[in-house]
Design a protein around this ligand. Structure first.
Ligand SMILES: Nc1ncnc2c1ncn2[C@@H]1O[C@H](COP(=O)(O)OP(=O)(O)OP(=O)(O)O)[C@@H](O)[C@H]1O
Ligand SMILES: [Mg+2]
Length: 298
């Protein structure tokens, strides 16, 4: 493999973001990374946050957050993880939970909690974990929480393991709080795992953003990135909303592409035409192309 000299990499990195200088930004406003600092708490995101915080703080057991791709589940999970740590909870976050066996999932959770004792057999491992939960939740009165992203990838035996660990409880609390973040298809899997479904004490769904929230979200991210005059016209934001249909990731991708296009053309204002051009250039079916027939696009 040819190794790129570091000055080439640096040059490419700078070249990739000509809009930072052009729009006097400190950082990328529309990166698709799930960075919690850029999370705009729309009413639906706010409600999900509140509900999950309640379930965990009250030690109720199991909460689930649904949402189609790009709605902000991972970003929300990261924010919650940080919030729980700040609150002094013992919180761990599993981003890729699709282990082949329950044993491996259990080991991963135990490892994340930094439990030093270990065992070979699944039963012994369960006992170690149970003692750990008891010592921390009951004796030390600590809140323990495991956040699991991509929960739609958990197969039935792993869901069964979660049911078992959620079963550890006293008269008034669960020893371990579990929050699952999953795409919509998980509803069917959860329904098949009735005994787990039955233990869900809170479920929330990240619905698509409204027109107004799409606008507020874009503005919010612009300001977090150090932007001053917001460059998108009213019509451009409308176009982003129409094409993205309230899905934040789609809106962010379009805004980023439009920003780049504007910077390359030395424009300081971004109109609907630029947005529709970006949608056409993208050429993928993940965005709605109403602008192709509408007046704005021409
Ligand atoms: N409320 C929001 N405010 C600002 N940006 C958001 C919001 N929701 C999502 N985003 C942005 O959309 C992008 C996708 O978010 P994220 O990765 O969290 O979605 P997801 O629901 O986990 O998607 P997937 O199901 O594909 O994993 C990220 O750039 C994220 O910052
Ligand atoms: Mg995600």
């Amino acid at each position: 493999m040819y190794d790129c000299p570091s000055y080439v990499i640096l040059a490419i990195t700078i070249m990739e973001l000509p809009y930072l200088d052009h729009f006097h930004l400190k950082e990328e406003p529309f990166s698709t990374s799930p960075n919690p600092r850029f999370l705009y708490t729309s009413p639906v995101h706010h409600a999900a946050l509140q509900k999950i915080r309640y379930v965990v703080a009250a030690r109720k057991g199991l909460g689930v957050c649904f949402g189609k791709p790009g709605m902000g589940k991972t970003t929300l999970a990261r924010l919650l993880h940080q919030t729980f740590l700040d609150d002094g909870f013992q919180a761990v976050f599993l981003t890729n939970p699709s282990f082949p066996t329950p044993n491996q999932l259990l080991r991963a959770i135990i490892q994340e909690f930094q439990v030093t004792r270990t065992a070979r057999s699944f039963l012994d491992l369960m006992n170690i974990f149970k003692s750990f939960l008891y010592a921390n939740a009951i004796e030390q009165n600590r809140t323990l929480v495991v956040l699991i992203d991509e929960a739609q990838t958990l197969r039935f035996p792993l869901l069964e393991l979660l049911r078992q660990v959620i079963n550890y409880e006293s008269n008034d609390q669960k020893f371990l709080q579990v929050v699952l973040f999953a795409q919509e298809e998980f509803r069917a899997a959860l329904h098949r795992a009735r005994n787990l479904e039955n233990r869900v004490v809170m479920s929330s769904t990240l619905e698509s953003l409204s027109r107004l929230d799409t606008r507020e979200m874009l503005r919010f991210r612009w300001e977090v990135a150090g932007g001053e005059a917001f460059p998108f016209t009213h019509e451009a934001v409308e176009a982003i909303y129409e094409a993205a249909q309230g899905v934040p990731r789609s809106a962010v991708i379009l805004a980023d592409n439009a920003l780049l296009a504007a910077a390359l053309h030395r424009q300081s204002t971004i109109g609907a035409e630029t947005v529709w051009q970006v949608v056409r250039d993208r050429g993928l079916d993940d965005m709605v192309k109403t602008g192709e027939t509408g007046g704005e696009a021409r």
